[in-house]
Every structure is written in C-alpha cells, then in structure tokens.
Design a protein around this ligand. Structure first.
Ligand SMILES: [Zn+2]
Length: 405
C-alpha cells in the first residue's frame, strides 16, 4: 500500500463522522431486501465511483509514461474490443455475486476483479494498462525490442502492461523469434542414456583411434595403418565381441568397416556426431593411455610397462584389475608376488558392481539434466553451429527422419 501511495502527493484532512459517506453508508446499508439487492449494489457502486471522481480527480493516464498518441490508440482499440467493453460495463455496473453469473468472455478477469477499474475509457489493473487484443502483437514486438530472453521481457512488461496469459504469450513470442533462434543458447543437457551393461568379458567393445577399448578394460595396439583389418588381431586373440561402439570417424563410417562387421558377425554402433559422450568408455580410455604415455615419456620409461601395471591394478570400487576381469588372472609384474596368486581365478559379480557404479554416475549426472521433448518428423529445428562456423548462427533445419534411439 505504501508503495502504491508513493505515486501520489497526499494531503491528510480530518473529516467528521457524518461526512464519511462511504463508511457511513456501508455501516447503515446492511442486508437490503432480497429483490432489490442488485439495485442497491449498483447504487452503492455508483455513489462510490461518483465520490471517487469528485474527490480524487487523479487521472491515472497522467501518470502513464506513454505518448498521448499511444494512449489514444489504446483507447480506440479498447472501444472496439468487445471483450473489454463487456469488462468495462461490468466494472462500472458492479460484478455479480457468483463467478457463474459473470459473462463468459471476461471470466478470466474474475480473480483480479477487485483491481480493475476504468478511467477515461481505458481499463487498468492497478497501475497496469489492460491492453486490447488488437494492440497485443505490437506490444509484444516492443517488449521484445532488445531480443532479451522471455523471462526478462516479462519482468519488463509486468509492471506496466496487463492482459490475460501475457506471460505465456511473451514466452511463445520469444521462442519463435527468428533472430534469437539464430543465436540460441545450447539446450539443457538430457538425462544419461547408458549402453546395456555387458554380462561377460569382451561382449561390448568401445573403439577409438588412439586405442582399442572396451568396458573398463582397454586394449592398445600400434597402428601402422588405419584399416579395419587391424581389429582382427585383437578379435583373433579374445574372440569376436557382440557389439562394437565407435565414433563416426572416417575409419569406422565406411564401406570397409561395414563389410568387416558383416563378415565377422558383430553389431557396429556409431555415436552421434559431435556427441563424444556416447562413446565415453573409449574416450576416457584414450585419456588414461595418453596420460600414461606422456608420463612415461617424461620419466624416460617404457610406456608398455606402465600399461602392464595399469592393467594389473584393481579398479576403484571393483576389487579386481582389468586383467583379472578379462583373462581371469593376475599378471606378473616386477613386483614380487606369491605364485598362488598368479593362478587363474574367475572373478564373479562384475556386472552387479558395474550396475551399482552406473546407477551412482547416472544419479549425479541427472541432477542437472532433464529430458527434452522428442522431435517429430517435419518439425522445424535449429542446428547448433559447427565449431568452425565463425558466425555462430543456429541454422534452420527440418527434422527428416529418426535414425537412432
Ligand atoms: Zn528475439
């Protein structure tokens, strides 16, 4: 109330009881006869409005920071707006007792009926101008003049303008703005989708060009050339995996590799372009191998010895080493070890442990992620610019078909 009153310059005047017309009438005009109820109410509202006009003579429009031309435009369109004319009639004539008796076109104003008033043929909700329907598109353009986000636009507009569902319409308008869409922000990351967990060693193999890798175990080989046949050495040693995951680099996304997959009978899945996370196992293996190589180089040591020790070290949270999981035995290293411990021993419960690890990782990842609505064929989309695209513009596109899950 104090904030509202700051707009006015007040002079407080003492009025004796008999001159307090409104409160006097309210206290005396109690429970009028039923049949004349509406009549009484109307009279009361009229006398209150008369008194308000007589005594205040404050023109809300004088305090509006709009040009008289703009106000005239709002006034003109308010007069042409049948819904606002009904609203005005109800505001001046008094609201009905029940919402059901209120004309259907203005029911959305029911919840705020106490704040609405008409002045100078313009309708206001408190200090906000109620904008007629025909002027709303123009107002939306003005609100979004500086192309800031929907929330900021609404914050700017809500102090001065009002119409039902203004917030929703502002949001839609900003979402459809082609200029903003060209310079969009990246979408919210989606919740984690994991590949199905393997139930036995070498069932699922992730590959990347630096190394051959698989769930938690990786295999490293020097590649004199980049042909698909290089995998054969690994597959001949450990068997053919059920499924191979790779990125869509030229060495994997080619006829030769497709023929190799067909010939050797495994399923080949490629990760989405520019989404390396979906080949995360290989990506992280590459990171580890690079780290080992770099440090071995720096210390002038043999990197193969480093790989040997890494493969023999129990993985965090697993209680067994990569070597134990793949070939069911510890590897002999330069560390002294009892012969007994080098005998083959099958490690069980690996899938369960992996599941627990995955669940925990997903829980943490999904905290800051949410699923986006699925795209439909024919839907208009904006494509994130390639890193090489200096303009940074999100280009328009159309969703053609669903190619993967
Ligand atoms: Zn915009």
């Amino acid at each position: 109330m104090l904030l509202t009153l700051q707009n006015y310059c007040l002079t407080v005047v003492y009025k004796p009881g008999p001159e307090m017309y409104i409160s006097d009438m309210l206290s005396r005009a109690t429970t009028p006869p039923q049949e004349t109820d509406t009549h009484y109410r109307r009279e009361m509202v009229c006398s209150m409005q008369q008194e308000q006009y007589d005594t205040t003579a404050i023109q809300q429009a004088d305090y509006l920071n709009v040009t008289s031309q703009c106000l005239a435009q709002i006034r003109k369109y308010t007069e042409e707006d049948s819904c606002l004319q009904t609203l005005k009639a109800v505001v001046l004539g008094g609201w009905p007792e029940h919402k059901e008796d209120c004309p259907i076109t203005i029911r959305e104003y029911w919840g705020i009926r106490d704040e609405i008033y008409a002045q100078d043929d313009v309708l206001f909700r408190s200090q906000r101008v109620i904008i007629p329907k025909t002027v709303r598109p123009e107002m939306l353009r003005r609100i979004h003049y500086n192309h800031v986000g929907g929330e900021a636009c609404y914050r700017q507009a809500r102090d001065t303008l009002f119409w039902p569902n203004m917030q929703g319409e502002i949001k839609d308008f900003v979402q459809q703005c082609s200029v903003c869409n060209e310079y969009a922000h990246e979408q919210q990351k989606e919740t984690m989708m994991s590949h199905p967990l393997p139930t036995r060693p070498w069932q699922l193999v992730s590959m990347d060009l630096f190394s051959y890798a698989r769930q938690n175990f990786w295999e490293i080989d020097l590649l004199p050339d980049l042909s698909a046949g290089r995998c054969k050495a690994q597959f001949a040693r450990y068997g053919i995996p059920d499924r191979v995951i790779s990125d869509c680099g030229g060495q994997f996304d080619c006829r030769e590799f497709k023929a190799f997959a067909m010939d050797w009978g495994f399923e080949h899945v490629m990760s989405s372009p520019r989404h390396p996370k979906s080949n995360g196992k290989a990506e992280s293996a590459v990171k580890i191998v690079k780290g080992l190589c770099r440090k071995a180089d720096r210390a002038d040591e043999d990197p193969w010895k480093a790989f040997l020790h890494w493969r023999n070290t129990p993985t965090e949270g697993m209680r067994c080493s990569p070597a134990q999981r793949v070939i069911s035995q510890r590897l002999r290293t330069l560390l002294p070890v009892v012969d007994q411990l080098l005998l083959p021993h099958v490690v069980t419960g690996v899938t369960d442990k992996l599941r627990v690890k995955h669940r925990a990782a997903k829980l943490i990842y999904d905290r800051s992620a949410r699923d986006l609505p699925e795209l439909s064929v024919g839907q208009h989309v904006r494509m994130k610019p390639l890193p090489s695209d200096r303009t940074g513009r999100w280009k328009r596109g159309v969703c053609m078909q669903q190619v993967g899950l």
